[in-house]
Design a protein around this ligand. Structure first.
Ligand code: MTE
Ligand code: HPA
Ligand code: MOS
Length: 772
């Protein structure tokens, strides 16, 4: 009998399936994979013009350079010159025109990476520059939009605004964000004997790469196989934007007949790939004397860049998160998709949710200042009711909030973080400290879980049980560090009553589970975990049926636990013995599983429906200190209470909360993307783009998972998705900075502070503010 000590799989803080490999440097990424010696390497030639007519590309000199095998451009593509996720508007290589500074125009293929990179400089590109639209302001002025604004209206926004007692208005500019995954975009393509291609990529969406590569080469999907072992981070930046690297690598492999590797240089990666959309929010809101919101009129402008990418779905998420935690009876919400000659912006953790929420959070702070009230009180007045109250209210898009829990979470955090005393203490501190000022910021998060395109909410899995009792597991989700594989292993181990060490997940591959959605929208475990559960349960049921017949007992009473199969008689077989008996009895020990999320629906035209299966909730309180002479700020302490439902793995979930929070704080404080007047990204390396370091995390980061009950939907083991929601808890740090600055003026005015609140911007706001 093996497996006498069992790692109880569900709810255990089991370490990440690759933790040891990660920390010893043995985890294999695309650039680590050994390749045959005849392999070729690729470097991309990027446009230095934002908008222009592409007249010609001179390659002769480059072709003569040592080691160069080929130079590829749009003319070499046999099928479709497109790597877009949805709209068919992202050329692999620019053809006839360039649309952003950084766009791929050609690729050099050579026998080494260095040879390819040096030869890029020898290719001469002739471009006639054309006028370019770079900023959101310019796009608004020139009416440069991808389409008409999307408009979501509920109730009577104008009339209710006009008749409300207190009215505020304002604008907020919010910066974008570079993903800064530690592993850059990377792909290896190997030609197969029948004209097919096999790819190893760093992507959240292997199926889409399969499709894009096949369409580019003019071959069938069946002739392209795409696999992903792991990503060194994706954060949404590999949901659609890995397609380009994969297509170029596949083209090089097909053209040369050699295995081809493309790994973006960091500076190229930052120039070539889309980021979080920067946005401008213009709002007015009407309130009653208690600070209860009556009407919200909000325009959101997003810098989409030169094409759609996922912008439409992102804007829909921004619209459907403009209410965040608050019941808003009347609203007119519009989203404008600005078309600019800049890189096409894309998914980034939160997927429009952060830009949607920061608007209403800013409004809550502004109304608190206006009324001279505590911002936390104003927030609470406006909350959707907790499910336990028996009251249910509706979002502007028509979904009833059935699982509200923020009143409970907030009350708990107020106590555990000692909010009231600290508020007093900080006010006192600020009275005697004119230079260094402290601030508190509290922010709740309500985040909708499910892809807001309903059809994407499906997943498949494949489970094999081998005759020694070990289990092979494959599902459609990809591992990017978030711990998805670990959780799905726990789920399958639990079905069979096995230790997690008996279950192995192999690379995600289009050959095993077809037609998958991206691992995104935080639903990796919800979808793939459920599909894997079903596959495993199918096998378990077959085994139980067979063993019941064999031992003349009832299948329902056979228990799989602790590595054993226990019969109603009390007789116990080891799992492997049981498997062997089933195999001898010619029982299939392999099964697929499939899951699609129930109940959800959404209408893109009316912008109404119930797109989210449930909401994930969390609350955060950040305390900051600001040096009013330098503008420097620091998060001293953050208290977070987050609801992960019945957590499948509290260690991983806590890690997601910590990482998401810190990434959110980075977005709103130090991470600043700067473009010059001509649309060239100036911050294209870590030297000029500052992500949070370990030393930037709050000294005190107190993260707890909510351990009470919620009105949980029937998710996998009643857990809740946790990947993206905590990022938006980072807004509390921005709110805290604003709170710290607020006291600099003599009167109670609300500071005009845009994001990111860099030292420079804080200092400018303080200067301006002191004169008020
Ligand atoms: N955590 C790590 N370590 N690395 C990542 O790239 N991506 C985030 C989040 N957490 C990410 C991460 C994003 S954008 C999403 S959508 C989810 O993980 C995706 O994984 P899940 O659906 O399995 O939670
Ligand atoms: N999140 C991530 N990707 C998506 C979504 C979403 O909500 N909708 C469509 N693609
Ligand atoms: Mo996450 S932005 O949905 O990949």
């Amino acid at each position: 009998m093996s497996n006498s000590i069992i790692n109880t799989p569900i709810s255990s803080p089991i370490v990440h399936e690759s933790a040891a490999l990660h920390v010893t440097g043995q985890a294999v990424y695309v650039d680590d994979m050994p390749l045959p010696s005849n392999s070729v390497h690729i470097a991309i030639g990027l446009s230095h013009v934002s908008h222009g007519k592409l007249n010609s590309i001179f390659v002769d000199e480059a072709l003569l350079a040592p080691g160069v095998v080929a130079v590829l451009s749009a003319a070499d593509i046999p099928g479709q010159n497109d790597c877009s996720p949805v709209m068919g508007d992202d050329p692999i290589f620019a053809k006839n025109k360039v649309m952003y500074n950084g766009q791929a125009i050609f690729a050099v293929v050579a026998d080494s990476r260095v040879a390819a990179r040096s030869a890029v400089e020898l290719v001469k590109v002739d471009i006639t520059p054309l006028p370019a639209v770079i900023t959101i302001e310019q796009a608004i002025k020139q009416r440069s939009f991808l389409e008409n604004p999307m408009c979501l209206t509920a109730g009577k926004p104008e009339a209710e605004f006009d008749s409300s007692l207190i009215q505020i208005d304002g604008e907020l500019v919010v910066g974008g964000q570079e993903h800064f995954y530690l592993e850059g975009q990377a792909a290896i393509a190997q030609p197969l004997e029948n004209g097919g291609i096999k790819l190893s990529v760093s992507s959240q969406h292997p199926s889409e790469i399969q499709h894009k590569v096949a369409e580019m080469l003019g071959i069938s999907y069946v002739d392209v196989e795409v696999e992903v072992r792991r990503m060194g981070g994706g954060f949404g930046g590999k949901e659609s934007q890995s397609n380009l690297a994969a297509c170029i690598a596949a083209l090089a492999a097909q053209k040369t007949g050699f295995p081809a590797r493309l790994v973006y240089d960091r500076d190229d990666d930052m120039r070539l790939t889309g980021k979080r959309h920067d946005a401008k929010l213009i709002y007015k809101a009407g309130f009653d004397a208690d600070g209860r919101i009556k009407s919200l009129i909000l325009d959101q402008y997003f810098r989409c860049g030169m094409s759609y990418d996922l912008s439409k779905a992102i804007a829909i998420r921004a619209l459907t998160h403009a209410d965040n935690a608050y019941y808003i009876p009347n609203s007119r919400l519009r989203a404008f998709l600005c078309k600019t000659h800049t890189v096409s912006n894309t998914a980034f953790r939160g997927f429009g949710g952060p830009q949607g929420m920061i608007g209403i959070e800013r409004i809550m702070d502004q109304i608190a200042t206006r009324l001279g009230r505590d911002p936390l009180e104003i927030r609470k007045v406006n909350y959707y009711p907790d499910y336990g109250s028996g009251n249910f209210q509706c979002t502007p898009y028509g979904q009833i909030v059935k699982d509200g829990i923020l009143n409970t979470l907030t009350d708990q955090l107020i106590v555990s973080a000692n909010y009231l005393d600290r508020r007093k203490e900080i006010d006192l501190y600020n009275k005697s400290s004119p230079i260094k000022r402290r601030g508190l910021g509290f922010v709740p998060v309500k985040f909708g879980i499910s892809f807001n395109r309903t059809m994407l909410n499906q997943a498949g899995a494949l489970v094999h049980v081998y005759t020694d009792g070990s289990v092979h597991l494959n599902h459609g989700g990809t591992e990017m560090g978030q711990g998805l594989h670990t959780k799905v292993i726990q789920i399958v181990a639990d079905v069979f009553g096995l230790d997690v060490s008996r279950v192995r997940i192999s690379n995600t591959t289009t050959g095993k589970v077809p037609n998958t959605s991206a691992t995104a929208a935080s639903s990796g475990t919800d979808l793939n975990g459920m599909a894997a559960l079903r596959a495993a349960e199918t096998i378990k049921l077959r085994m139980a049926d067979y063993l019941a017949k064999l031992y003349q007992s009832c299948a329902d009473d056979i228990d799989f636990s602790s590595g054993s199969v226990i019969l109603p008689s009390g007789q116990s077989l080891s799992f492997s013995e049981a498997v062997n008996q089933c195999h001898m009895g010619r029982i299939s020990l392999s099964s697929t599983g499939f899951y699609s999320t129930p109940e959800i629906h959404w209408d893109d035209n009316s912008l109404t429906g119930s797109p989210y299966y449930y909401f994930a909730y969390g609350v955060a309180l950040s305390e900051v200190i600001v040096d009013t002479l330098t503008g420097e700020s620091r998060v001293l302490r953050a208290d977070i209470l987050h609801d992960a439902g019945h957590s499948i793995n509290p260690a991983l979930d806590k890690g997601q909360v910590e990482g998401g929070f810190v990434q959110g704080v980075g977005w709103l404080t130090t991470e600043e993307l700067m473009y010059d007047d001509r649309g060239a990204l100036m911050t294209h390396a870590p030297s000029t783009y500052k992500i949070p370091a370990c030393s930037d995390r709050p000294k005190e980061l107190r993260v707890s998972l909510y351990d009470g009950e919620g009105n949980q939907s029937e998710t996998i083991h009643r857990s809740k998705a946790v990947g993206e929601p905590p990022l938006m808890l980072g807004i509390s740090a921005f709110s805290a900075i604003s709170d710290a600055i607020r006291g600099c003026a003599k009167s109670a005015v609300f500071p005009k502070l845009d994001a990111p609140a860099t030292a420079e911007r804080i200092l400018m706001t303080i200067q301006e503010h002191k004169t008020l």
